[in-house]
Design a protein around this ligand. Structure first.
Ligand code: CP
Length: 331
């Protein structure tokens, strides 16, 4: 174990299994927005997630008899499969839909009625919805925990859990680092949630790389970044800044969020990270991406050890195992 003189975890992981005397209970809570939990509460989830990564087998019966419901009103691969795999690996079971037209939403049932019905059958639920705020509204009708798996262009808090677990496993902690965000920062809910989370930590700096039209929304710039006093730059080129970054968080320009196809076509390939551009990055500048990708990371980057996006996708399952265990009050 490497722990520095202040007891602060130093690097490359392992030591997050240091035990605390008392655990903070998160039983029955919902996770809709990164501001729903305190730093200490998130710490509990990450500590457990690190322990699960180290020894997943010891948790394989933890959720015996429990049921997770997945309500996906929008397509998903990673979030839905990782939640389902998480529950199955914990010994629980899964019900749900990945296509809203196969549920009574197709007959006009409200979200409130749907979630109240699901609560009759499940112990915990996960919802993805194209409308911003839909999971929050749903959570007000139930007492079981509800997890926001992405609401429109707003927030995606469990992607942030995935990102933070990955950052901690690579660098030990999130503080005192330069984070580059590149691509669609306007509609990118993963970016909004991650910025919101990181803005609570010291020594963090942001370089926001996007076309003018896809800059971060004003509420993120004014209410989150500036309010926290985080130093940041908004720039329109990637290469000149790559040498400063500890992490480069690439994002897809999302066709489904554009009203106008012409704008999408004009902007979609504005930033493409390839093996040539990786030469501008430091030896330990890690590349993250919530995925799915389209063209924004060339496949010739995949073999570079700094490319961590598939590791990130795997970490998503572990951290969701931890989240389920905490919200069900099992740990
Ligand atoms: N990162 C993410 O949310 O991926 P999916 O859309 O495949 O769930």
């Amino acid at each position: 174990m490497q722990v520095d003189l202040n007891g602060v975890i130093n690097h490359k992981y392992k030591q997050f299994n240091a035990k605390k005397e008392g655990h903070i209970l998160l039983k029955g809570r919902s996770l809709i927005d990164p501001s729903d939990f305190t730093r200490d509460e998130f710490r509990e989830i990450f500590d457990l997630a690190h322990q699960i990564v180290e020894n997943p087998e010891s948790y394989r019966k933890s959720c015996n008899g429990k049921i997770l419901a997945t309500l996906f009103y929008e397509p998903s691969t990673r979030t839905r499969f990782s939640f389902e795999a998480a529950m199955l690996r914990l010994g629980g079971q899964v019900i749900g839909f990945s296509e809203p037209n196969s549920s009574s939403a197709a007959k006009g049932e409200s979200i409130a009625d749907t979630i109240r019905t699901i609560e009759c059958y499940a112990d915990i639920a996960v919802m993805r919805h194209p409308k911003e705020g839909a999971p929050k509204v749903a959570s007000q009708y139930i007492s079981m925990p509800l997890i926001n798996a992405g609401d429109g262009g707003h927030q995606h808090p469990t992607q942030t859990l995935t990102d933070i677990l990955t950052i901690e496993r690579l660098k030990g902690n999130v503080e005192n680092k330069v984070y580059g965000f590149c691509g669609d920062l306007k509609f990118g809910r993963t970016v909004h949630s991650l910025i919101k989370f990181l803005s609570n930590y010291k020594g963090v700096r942001f370089i926001l790389i996007s076309p003018e039209e896809l800059r971060v929304p004003e509420y993120i710039r004014e209410e989150v970044i500036k309010k926290s006093g985080i130093p940041f730059e908004e720039v329109i080129e990637m290469e000149p800044y790559m040498g400063q970054l500890d992490f480069l968080y690439m994002t897809r320009v999302q066709r489904e969020r554009f009203f106008n196809e012409e704008d999408y076509i004009r902007l979609k390939d504005r930033f493409i990270l390839d093996a040539d551009k990786m030469k501008y990055a430091k030896k330990e500048t890690y590349i993250l991406h919530p995925l799915p990708r389209v063209n924004e990371i060339s496949t010739d980057v995949d073999a570079d050890p700094r490319a961590q996006y598939f590791v990130q996708a795997k970490n998503g399952m572990y951290v969701r195992m931890a989240l389920i265990l905490k919200l069900l009050g099992i740990y």
